[in-house]
Ligand binder design. Structure first.
Ligand SMILES: CC(C)(COP(=O)(O)OP(=O)(O)OC[C@H]1O[C@@H](n2cnc3c(N)ncnc32)[C@H](O)[C@@H]1OP(=O)(O)O)[C@@H](O)C(=O)NCCC(=O)NCCS
Length: 170
């Protein structure tokens, strides 16, 4: 890659460059015998939606390093429409925190409910699997600035928890 292209690749990018949306209709194969969406299937979709935002921000291949705590707030049924929206909250050196918010839309009743929110960390890698730096994020709106600040605090919490787990393992 030419030096100029490398510089362009690492230019700071606004959050809106990474905003991604994904939609899925829940089919019987996504559900348990009670016709409710499987948690694992939703986790898969969250991972994909998160990766889209990380790819768009970094313009690199990415791997999922971690997913923070996940709650499933309302059940989702076969036939429902699931909407996932993602964007990069903040980039660090080679990693990025991505937020994914999930809603379920019942189009017959014109109802939209919040199902889950997740924070994922993706790490950018090159074709040989080496970690590569990612460009900084430019938060522009009030919400983006809040998420940017919160992402810094969450990173500290993650790293403290990781150190604690290492200590417990001995
Ligand atoms: C994620 C991975 C690349 C990190 O490698 P590593 O040798 O631990 O790298 P480092 O400790 O140098 O960390 C690299 C970056 O990842 C971040 N990171 C590493 N582990 C992390 C975790 N569990 N959660 C959040 N961030 C993490 C670090 O903070 C660092 O970020 P920075 O460069 O922005 O400061 C490596 O563990 C890996 O390849 N894991 C498998 C990923 C995968 O296959 N995912 C798909 C699911 S199977």
């Amino acid at each position: 890659m030419a030096a100029d292209d490398k510089i362009k690749l690492n230019q700071p990018r606004p959050v809106h460059d990474s905003i991604s949306e994904m939609a899925e209709i829940v089919l019987p194969n996504d559900a348990n015998p009670l016709n409710a969406l499987l948690g694992g299937r939703l986790m898969h979709w969250i991972d994909l939606a998160g990766a889209m935002a990380a790819h768009r921000h970094s313009r690199q291949w990415v791997v999922t390093a971690s997913i923070d705590h996940l709650d499933f707030l309302v059940p989702v049924r076969v036939g429902d429409l699931v909407i996932l929206r993602s964007s990069v909250n903040r980039a660090f050196r080679t990693s990025m925190e991505v937020g994914v918010k999930v809603w379920v839309e019942n189009y017959r009743e014109e109802e939209k409910r919040h199902v889950s929110s997740a924070y994922l960390t993706f790490v950018a890698i090159d074709a040989t699997g080496n970690r590569v730096p990612v460009p900084p994020v430019i938060p522009e709106t009030a919400d983006e600035k809040r998420r940017y600040e919160d992402a810094g605090r969450r990173r500290e919490i993650r790293s403290a928890e990781s150190a604690r787990r290492t200590q417990v393992r001995g």
